[in-house]
Design a binder for this molecule. Sequence first.
Ligand code: ADP
Ligand code: ZN
Length: 206
Amino acid sequence: MDIVKGNMGWIEVVVGPMFSGKSEELIRRLRRAEIAKQRVQIFKPVIDQRYKKNGIVSHSGLEIDSEMVTQGEDILTKVAARTEVVGIDEAQFLGETVVEACVKLADLGKRVIVAGLDTDFMGRPFEPIPRLLAVAEEITKLLAICMRCGNPAVHTQRLVASEELVVVGAGEMYEARCRRCFEPFLAQQKVEEEKAASAARSHAAR
Ligand code: ADP
Ligand code: ZN
């Protein structure tokens, strides 16, 4: 952010696919705020307990303590009046209310830093992140490295058979892919293949 006078708040959003360094960047910004002796509170969704319950952990092993919430609106009840900086990771799992919550906190004069996936496993906009981008003062879009060819990767490739929007997992279930190597229908094709294989098995058993 450029010039900010008085106690004005704002919203910064960090987006990109999995493995693009969103958590690392969020942790870096929050650590710097802590070094500047600002009062910081950090939140992540209950759904994401992959590495640590009360902390955000990046794929490279950086860590910072956090509080858990179920919905965006829970953040409003947990933020103390004197908190100056609010960090939120994996915001795509916090529902529609996360947008209102961020706006309210920024209106109260707080700096709100949010990280999340902007697209889903099929490459579609991942609500409510696109709405958050629309109300943010600052947007940072990070790219990962394509695991197939090494080009800049904008997509999160799901490698397992599932058509659910939310399937929480890390290394073995997802990888970063560039626009050329991305296969948006791969997870769906795997579901079809599994169905066909199980139908063939039950047919053979008869
Ligand atoms: P995000 O929060 O966007 O999922 P993280 O901040 O947790 O990303 O992790 C970023 C780190 O992941 C990188 O610094 C790097 O060490 C590691 N990494 C693993 N696979 C990749 C990849 N395909 N592209 C870039 N970084 C990767
Ligand atoms: Zn590629």
